[in-house]
Design a protein around this ligand. Structure first.
Ligand code: ARG
Length: 281
C-alpha cells in the first residue's frame, strides 16, 4: 500500500545542551557501559551536526549549558515537558540525574516559562509525547503511573498510559515517534505516529492499534538502531542513518528522512530525540 500525502514542515522551537562534558561514568540503562571509552570531541561534533540540521531547516534552537558533573544533562528531552508556555519539571528515577531538575527549572523560569514542580517521579518528554491533544505517557522503567495522572492534571489533557517491557527501550521516546507535531483538536485526525510494537506490553499494543490504526509499525532491526528516537517537524524526520527500513517507510508516506548519526551519544543510551526538548509556547 502506498499512501501519498502532502506533508508540511512546522517550525519548531527546541532546547538542546551541547555535550561539552559528555562521558559515561555510571550505568542506568543497558546501553551504558562505563568501562567503554567515550570521545567527548566526537560527541560534540555529532551533536553539532544535529543542531546545524535543525537550524538549516528553519527551526529555533535554545541552549542550556551543561553542568560539568551531570553527563546525562545532554539528553534535554528529560529536562521537562512543555505545553503552552508551562513547563512540568522532571523528578528523576535515579539519584545520578536528580540534580538536573533544578538547572532545567531555573532555565525555564529565566526564559519566561511557568514552572510546575512535580510530586511524582517522571522523566519529562522522554516519557510524555504530545499527539494532537493527547499525551502518550510511558511507564515500566522510569516515569511512574502516578506521574501520568499528574501530567494529565497539569495540562488538562487526556493521557494514554503505555507500558514498556524491553529494558533497551526504557523511555517512551525510544520506542515511539510523533510524526506530526501539530497541536489542538483539529490535529488529531492527521496525527501520525510510528512505534516499535515489540517494546510494549500486549495491552499497550492494543491501545496503539485501536487509536492509531495508520501508524507506522517499525521493525526490530530499526528499533535496535534507535530509529524511533527521532524528531519530526511534520515533513522532515531527523532519524538515525542506520534505521534504513524506517527511513523507507517514512519516504513512502511522504516524509523526508534527514539522517543524523549520534552513535557517540548512544553510548549513554540516547539519540536524536533524547537530545531534543520541544518548547511549545
Ligand atoms: N543516560 C540517560 C538515562 O539513562 C539517557 C537518557 C535518554 N533520554 C531519552 N529521552 N530517552 O537517563
Amino acid at each position: 500500500m502506498t499512501i501519498t500525502a502532502s506533508r508540511t514542515a512546522h517550525r519548531r522551537r527546541y532546547l538542546m545542551c551541547r555535550p561539552d562534558h559528555f562521558t559515561v561514568r555510571y550505568s542506568i540503562n543497558p546501553w551504558m557501559v562505563p568501562s567503554r571509552p567515550t570521545d567527548t570531541g566526537r560527541a560534540v561534533r555529532q551533536w553539532q551536526a544535529l543542531y546545524d540540521a535543525y537550524v538549516a531547516l528553519g527551526h529555533e534552537v535554545e541552549l542550556i549549558d551543561q553542568v560539568p558533573d551531570l553527563p546525562d544533562m545532554v539528553y534535554t528531552a528529560n529536562g521537562g515537558f512543555v505545553i503552552g508556555g508551562r513547563a512540568y519539571v522532571p523528578s528523576f528515577r535515579y539519584a545520578e540525574r536528580r540534580p538536573e531538575s533544578a538547572f532545567f527549572a531555573r532555565w525555564f523560569a529565566e526564559h519566561g516559562f511557568e514552572v510546575v514542580e512535580p510530586a511524582e517521579v517522571n522523566e519529562g518528554e522522554g516519557d510524555f509525547l504530545l499527539v494532537g491533544d493527547t499525551i502518550l505517557a510511558g511507564t515500566g522503567f522510569r516515569s511512574t503511573g502516578d506521574s501520568h495522572r499528574e501530567v494529565g492534571e497539569v495540562f488538562d489533557r487526556e493521557v494514554l498510559s503505555l507500558t514498556l517491557t524491553d529494558p533497551r527501550f526504557y523511555h517512551l521516546d525510544t520506542a515511539l515517534t510523533v510524526l506530526d507535531p501539530v497541536e489542538g483538536p483539529d490535529a488529531v485526525e492527521h496525527a501520525t505516529i510510528a512505534y516499535l510494537p515489540s517494546a510494549f506490553d500486549a495491552t499497550s499494543r492494543g491501545i496503539l492499534q485501536e487509536r492509531y490504526p495508520d501508524a507506522i509499525r517499525v521493525a526490530d532491526l530499526d528499533g535496535d538502531a534507535f530509529g524511533l528516537n527521532a524528531a519530526s517537524d511534520g515533513l522532515h524526520v531527523f532519524v538515525s542513518p542506520r534505521a534504513t527500513g524506517f527511513a523507507a517507510q517514512l519516504a513512502e508516506r511522504g516524509y523526508r528522512p534527514v539522517p543524523v548519526d549520534l552513535s557517540e551519544l548512544l553510548l549513554g543510551g540516547g539519540g536524536i530525540k533524547c537530545c531534543t526538548l520541544e518548547l511549545r509556547g
